[in-house]
Design a protein around this ligand. Structure first.
Ligand SMILES: *Cc1c(COP(=O)(O)O)cnc(C)c1O
Length: 341
């Protein structure tokens, strides 16, 4: 099977498993796991922040960020198809008493002009605290926020006295696609979350990064949310290995994604939405004449290609470390010949 459902399906390589086996560990709740500490320092240095905290998932990193910046009754502003709105189980409301104020973007992206002013400081109004950006944008088709737009959004938000969080689960894909270093993106935000379990191919792990004062508080919320781990160095070793060895592979993922995208674009009844494939995600729509998204996915599966049906007529394919260029050429061929029925 050529599994294009997600970049989370990758399995640790032999070299990564060796790094995990060799990891020096300790009880990280006591602050005694040297490998976790090394990862946190490495991430902070890489992202250009004072500190970073290792957490089990991107969802937890994001939910800790919501808690850091907001109090119950506050609101955050985000694009309406953001991961934090669609796919985190209502976390802001459930865990922090925070409402999301969704704004309409284009392929997940918005500009400073789309940013609403904060609510009045009136006893009736929720208090606006935080602006939320996702880069690359998952539901938006893996699009990259242009750096100039990010700068303007940040300046506008700061002018309003709002904090900024970057959901950078796929920040490294943006780094590679735009040729803009991670720290260049991160300096516009108070906090940033990154995932090692997406394109970088680690089995588990994310981080939240920012100023020391916020990360010290984040450590408290990680414990509160049940995410403090013990000998987590075995996991951190996989993430360090991923940072050392898997960043450059993202370029190939993006090239491979364009092979798949070209096949989708060539297939009558399939349509890329958005048309531009900038990174490793390919979102597309199937005409009703081809059957449901599930029916299209089922046809591809019988030919050895897995894609994810994520709506009535909506599908997503995704390239990653565990699919080669030859796999993607074959998947493209299968799509051309069999997706239509
Ligand atoms: C995957 C993802 C996350 C976090 O997901 P986890 O599965 O909880 O690690 C957060 N934001 C975006 C944009 C994602 O794609």
């Amino acid at each position: 099977m050529i599994d294009l459902r997600s970049d989370t399906v990758t399995k640790p390589t032999a070299a990564m498993r060796a790094a995990m086996t060799a990891a020096e560990v300790g009880d990280d709740v006591f602050g005694e796991d040297p490998t976790v500490r090394r990862l946190e320092e490495r991430v902070a240095e890489h992202l250009g922040t004072e500190a970073a905290l290792f957490v089990p998932s991107g969802t937890m990193a994001n939910q800790i960020a919501v808690r850091l910046h907001c109090r119950p009754g506050d609101e955050l502003i985000c694009e309406e198809t953001s991961h934090v709105v669609l796919w985190e189980g209502g976390g802001p409301a459930a865990l922090s008493g925070v409402t999301c104020r969704p704004i309409r973007g284009t392929s997940g992206l918005f500009t400073a002009l789309d940013l609403p002013a904060p609510r009045p400081t009136d006893i009736h109004a929720p208090q606006t605290r935080l602006v939320w950006l996702e880069n690359t944008h998952n539901r938006g088709g893996g699009r990259v926020h242009p750096l100039a737009d990010v700068c303007e959004i940040a300046a506008t938000a700061r002018g309003y006295g709002l904090a900024l969080h970057l959901d950078g689960a796929r920040l490294w894909n943006a780094v590679v696609a735009a040729g803009v270093p991670a720290a260049e993106w991160c300096r516009h935000f108070d906090t940033v979350s990154v995932c090692f379990s997406k394109g970088l191919g680690a089995p588990v792990g994310s981080a939240i990064a920012g100023p020391q004062t916020l990360i010290t508080l984040a450590r408290r919320y990680r414990k509160l949310f049940g995410g403090a781990m013990r000998q987590a160095g075995v996991l951190a070793a996989a993430c360090l290995h991923a940072l050392d060895h898997h960043l450059s592979g993202l370029t190939g993922d993006h090239v491979n994604a364009r092979l798949i995208a070209a096949a989708v674009a060539d297939t009558p009844g399939l349509r890329l939405v958005p048309e531009t494939v900038e990174t490793n995600l390919i979102w597309f729509e199937a005409d009703a004449a081809l059957g449901s998204a599930q029916a299209v996915a089922d046809r591809l599966r019988t030919r050895g290609v897995l894609v994810a049906p994520l709506g009535e007529q909506t599908l997503r394919a995704c390239t990653h470390l565990d699919v080669t260029r030859a796999d993607c050429e074959q998947a493209a061929d299968v799509i051309r010949r069999h997706a239509g029925g």
